[in-house]
Write a protein that binds this ligand. Structure first.
Ligand SMILES: Nc1ncnc2c1ncn2[C@@H]1O[C@H](COP(=O)(O)OP(=O)(O)OP(=O)(O)O)[C@@H](O)[C@H]1O
Length: 272
């Protein structure tokens, strides 16, 4: 009898009962403290090499969740384990292993993408020539013409800045990528460039990707599994097909409404 080797599926991200509260002072004398639970106990996991999309309307807690995983915010409850490291203890190691992109990426705006990326490469301890070659390759694949590499970032559109932020996150070729709304506000072509690039990355490098979006088509195109987030809770999860089956519909947007009782408002510029 021959024993079959089981296919090993490792977990890259494990989030258990994650909670986050924001406290705001309100009232005339700012004496009233109001608590806002952005995350009310969220649990999910992402397998190695999987793309997992968190889908939710404005204010559902997507950015808060990604910011905690990115080590930019600390949680008020629950546990996070990524690539075998627990937060907050494994913060330093994790920062070296993950790429993070958010809508408010900080750059030296007077400097060019080339200068910003070389500076980041230096911080990562990368060899400048190799880093430059990799950066130029990624920028080209993302559809930025090489003649723009030396223009100041402040002269570039938001879409271009977003592509430069993605390039920076990928300089170290991280096994894990956390993307907060990677295509929000991009024109249709830029959006497709970024989506195609993310698909290639998953296929060619086996990168584990956690992304947030409020774009149904994007979630469906990119994600192996999708989690529906509403009011700080993960209401449902599964492949797009599973979620549609759970809701008894063949449309993901309708499935979102049926399963969460919420609607996702589309930004006007986002209709592709
Ligand atoms: N720094 C903060 N201080 C106070 N409240 C905050 C802070 N960040 C987020 N919140 C609140 O937490 C809740 C979740 O916000 P979060 O930004 O995570 O949602 P989101 O799903 O990412 O929304 P969007 O799609 O608009 O970015 C909201 O009610 C928001 O007002």
């Amino acid at each position: 009898m021959t024993l079959q080797t089981p296919v090993e599926t490792k977990t890259a991200i494990e989030v258990r009962d994650l909670k986050k509260v924001f406290r705001k002072r309100e009232g005339m004398f700012r004496s009233v403290v109001k608590e806002e639970w952005a995350l009310k106990g969220v649990s999910f996991h992402v397998y190695e090499g999987e793309t997992y999309g968190l889908l939710g309307p404005n204010g559902s807690g997507k950015s808060t969740l990604i910011r905690i995983l990115s080590t930019l915010l600390t949680a008020d409850g629950g546990t996070v384990r990524m690539l075998g490291h627990k937060l907050p203890e494994g913060e330093r190691e994790l920062r070296r292993k993950m790429g993070r992109v958010s809508v408010d990426a900080a750059f030296y705006k007077k400097l060019s993408p080339r200068e910003n990326l070389l500076y980041a490469a230096q911080l990562y301890g990368l060899e400048p020539k190799k880093a430059e070659k990799r950066a130029m390759e990624i920028l080209e694949r993302l559809g930025i013409e090489s003649r723009r590499f030396t223009d100041p970032i402040e002269e570039m559109s938001r879409g271009m800045q977003q592509k430069i932020a993605i390039t920076r996150a990928l300089l170290i070729n991280p096994p894990l990528l956390l993307l907060d709304e990677p295509t929000t506000g991009l024109d249709p072509k830029s959006r497709r460039d970024v989506q195609t690039f993310l698909e290639d990355l998953r296929r060619e490098e086996g990168t584990t990707i956690l992304l947030t979006t409020h774009d149904m088509a994007e979630a469906e195109r990119l994600s192996d599994r999708i989690g529906f987030l509403a009011h700080g809770r993960l209401v449902a999860e599964g492949s797009a097909a599973d979620l549609k089956a759970q809701a008894g519909t063949d449309d993901l947007e309708e499935a979102f409404i049926v399963l969460t009782g919420e609607e996702i408002k589309k930004d006007e510029e986002e209709s592709v």
